[in-house]
Design a protein around this ligand. Structure first.
Ligand code: ATP
Ligand code: MN
Ligand code: MN
Length: 297
């Protein structure tokens, strides 16, 4: 018998990168950035973005007519996604199942970009262990009256309080108005336990310094304060990934920064389509991600 040396079947091969349609369409009218430029950006940062979103269910913001047109916040798998966009049935709060999606590689990511995805918002758990989050996010949402340096100070204070509980954290500029303090976790506790911890932690911070923080959604109570949005940590909730562009004027991007960098950076939308591709994952951030302790009991 002759050994079969034929190459593996096609299905084993990664899907090729999708052909880009409408490359000259303007996506960001204010800076004249085209779909081609958005595609090139994502191609360049793809491997780094994938460390943030790979193997995680996604919500995406799609802007088929650019950021000034109609936008779609999409969490369910749609038609027209290529084979490299993986689909999975997920139980929703009402008990019914719906088809969600995720990507694991560059072809998958670029498929979504070709489908006019601008923003990428992953879950705090991986598909492999959907019910055990490995990331907590405290999203600092400031009242418009709050100065940026107060937001930076708030992020560092949260870092210190988390460290007291044995939880290393890192900072992520949202590319919008605020900062996210992210806590990598070993996937040991379920959503309910993580939700309870986050509620307790955020409520505790707000009760200790009620002039600076609130932990409830109420817009009225937010006046002059920073809302610690801990609701990002519920099953099915998402937060924006580092290197994701935002569908906002100027094409800002969310970005990982070290604590020292945060102390110097002048605005939460400092990074964007022009300078975000030059950023590597900071060593300090990588170390925090690698530490990933279990949720304290
Ligand atoms: P900013 O710093 O301006 O607050 P942000 O990304 O933190 O930017 P938020 O409005 O605080 O924006 O939202 C936090 C997260 O909630 C987002 O990153 C996103 O993942 C999720 N989110 C926002 N809008 C929606 C929506 N319409 N449906 C579902 N989730 C959303
Ligand atoms: Mn926010
Ligand atoms: Mn928020």
């Amino acid at each position: 018998l002759r050994e079969d040396r034929s190459p593996a079947p096609d299905l084993e091969q990664p899907e090729p990168l999708p052909a880009l349609t409408s490359p000259s369409r303007i996506v960001y009218p204010d800076i004249g950035a085209t779909k081609q430029q958005v595609y090139d950006y994502y191609l360049e940062v793809g491997e780094r973005l994938l460390t943030e979103i790979g193997g995680r269910l996604l919500s995406i913001v799609r802007c088929p007519d650019g950021i000034t047109g109609q936008r779609f916040f999409q969490k369910h798998a749609g038609s027209g996604f290529g084979r490299s966009v993986k689909r999975i049935k997920v139980r929703e709060a009402d008990g019914d199942f719906a088809e969600y999606f995720y990507v694991e590689d560059l072809p998958g990511l670029m498929n979504l970009v070709q489908m006019n995805a601008i923003e990428f918002h992953p879950w705090g758990s991986r598909v492999a262990q959907l019910e055990l989050p490995d990331r907590m996010v405290f999203d600092l949402d400031p009242d418009p009256s709050i100065a940026w340096k107060e937001i930076r100070r708030a992020a560092r204070d949260l870092r210190d309080r988390l460290a007291e509980q044995g939880l290393p954290s890192y900072a992520r500029l949202s590319g919008g108005k605020g900062v996210h303090v992210v806590v990598p976790l070993a996937p040991t506790a379920d959503w309910e336990a993580v939700r309870r911890f986050c509620d307790h932690f955020a409520t505790g911070v707000a009760e200790a310094e009620p002039d600076r923080f609130v932990a409830t959604m109420s817009k009225a109570r937010r006046q002059g304060r920073i809302f610690i949005d801990w609701l990002r940590n519920a099953r099915g909730a998402t937060s924006v990934a580092a290197w994701s562009l935002r569908a906002r004027a100027g094409a800002p991007a969310a970005m990982l920064v070290t604590w020292d960098e945060l102390a110097r950076i002048r605005r939460p939308d400092h990074y964007g389509i022009r300078n975000a591709a030059g950023r590597a994952i900071p060593e300090e951030t990588a170390a925090a991600i690698a530490s990933a302790p279990p949720l304290p009991v």
